[in-house]
Design a protein around this ligand. Structure first.
Ligand SMILES: Nc1ncnc2c1ncn2[C@@H]1O[C@H](COP(=O)(O)OP(=O)(O)OP(=O)(O)O)[C@@H](O)[C@H]1O
Length: 396
């Protein structure tokens, strides 16, 4: 989605129309618009922690029929942030406009995003429209990796991205339970491609959709890893020229061969490492970071899960598994702490009944934490894709 203000009657771009129509600007207004653009470059983007001047963002400033139009295009999905940006832009622009040739003008702002694609080398046909594959991994089982993967995928979708979710956890595929899609069987096209199962706006695929209770346990080992490769590459993630902005892969726990092969085969845009603040889990999380480093996959950051427990009776909060560990790994390994989730009954209950927190309580503090994690992770992908050229600024 590229920044283009459109005329509601004609559908034409107001900004580009205006660019060829400088004559209509009040005297001195061009300089004013340039000052505005310059000032906008100094605004802070929360997810990247940088100012716009340090990013490959697009800043467009125009004027049309008594309205100053400002458009900003970022490289990650951020629909929930539009009001915050609007407020900050108003605060930054009004003092410049006041008393000048555009002092009486209205100010209209729109936030856009254009998600870059990670170059993927030679990928199988059904994965071609997938722009970014992101692994959610943990060195150890039971730390909340699947819960994080599901909520991360839903949060990216809530921010406006098109998202797929692949449950690659061959030993205990939990995605169907978490999404309320248990017992669903994916349709098959032309006898060779699975059609993803739609759930809460996500395209999903899981070995859980294919296994039945009678599936022998022995199948879940080496044969299952072949099956995993098959559902990754034989699922029709993108139909009819569609694109998927992100495919989130809930990895099997651990850092063994299956994980390594998958990390290499899937041409990952990056990995999110989930850990609890417990010492043992942290040691395993480090192994996860090192595994991805070994195969040159950028680590987008660490999610510290079950970081704090708030007693539902007295409201007292305690760091049950210790504190600060995720932050320390992030600092030691030169990556970021994407966010922290409390040990909360609502998180467990939501995933158990097929309604993860982001869907069940979209305005809760927990859903907002997942939103922040999603924006930060996606912003990291943008940063690793950008060419460092700085912002593109259009004034007219
Ligand atoms: N922050 C949290 N607060 C409370 N419960 C949580 C939290 N995160 C996860 N859980 C619960 O912990 C259990 C394990 O979570 P989950 O299945 O996501 O972990 P996992 O790391 O993917 O496990 P596995 O290695 O078995 O795949 C689930 O019942 C889930 O609902």
């Amino acid at each position: 989605m590229h920044a283009q203000f459109t005329d509601s009657d004609t559908g034409d771009s107001v900004l580009s129309e205006h660019e060829h129509n400088h004559g209509e600007l009040p005297a001195g207004a061009q300089v004013e618009l340039e000052r505005l653009a310059e000032c906008l470059g100094g605004l802070h983007d929360h997810a990247t922690g940088r100012i716009l001047d340090e990013l490959d963002a697009d800043i467009e400033v125009g004027y049309e029929d008594g309205t100053v139009l400002v458009g900003i295009t970022l490289g990650y999905p951020c629909a929930s942030q539009e009001d915050d940006w609007r407020e900050r832009i108003r605060e930054a622009c009004m003092p410049i406009l006041r008393g000048g040739p555009l002092g009486e003008a209205d100010l209209q702002f729109e936030l856009f995003f254009e998600i870059p694609a990670t170059e993927g080398g030679d990928v199988p046909e059904p994965l071609r429209g997938v722009k970014n594959i992101v692994a959610v991994a943990s060195g150890k089982g039971g730390v909340g990796k699947s819960t994080t993967a599901v909520n991360l995928a839903l949060a990216l979708a809530a921010e406006g991205a098109s998202v797929g979710l692949l449950d690659a956890d061959i030993y205990g595929p939990s995605l169907p339970t978490m999404l309320g899609t248990e017992g669903v069987r994916p349709q098959v096209r032309d006898n060779k491609l699975f059609l993803p199962v739609q759930a809460h706006g996500l395209k999903t695929m899981s070995l859980g959709y294919l296994l039945t209770e009678d599936t022998p346990a022995v199948w879940r080992g080496p044969m299952a890893s072949g099956a995993l490769n098959q559902i990754l590459t034989q699922t029709l993630w993108c139909d009819d020229g569609d694109e998927l902005d992100y495919l989130i892969v809930d990895m099997p726990p651990g850092t063994g061969d299956i994980q390594l092969t998958l990390a290499q085969k899937a041409h990952l845009a990056g990995a999110v490492i989930v850990t609890t603040p417990q010492d043992l889990a942290l040691v395993d999380a480090i192994k996860g970071v090192e595994m991805f480093r070994k195969v040159s996959v950028p680590v987008l950051g660490i999610v510290e899960n079950m970081a704090l427990h708030t007693c539902s009776h007295c409201g007292h909060s305690e760091a049950v598994f210790g504190s600060g560990g995720g932050e320390k790994i992030a600092a030691d390994y030169d990556t970021g702490l994407l966010g922290r989730l409390p040990l909360a009954m609502a998180i467990r209950e939501g995933t158990d009944r097929g309604l993860p927190s982001v869907i069940a309580e979209p305005n809760s503090a927990i859903a907002q934490s997942y939103g922040e994690i999603a924006r930060r992770a996606a912003a990291e992908i943008w940063l690793s894709a950008e060419d460092g050229a700085g912002p593109e600024i259009e004034v007219g």
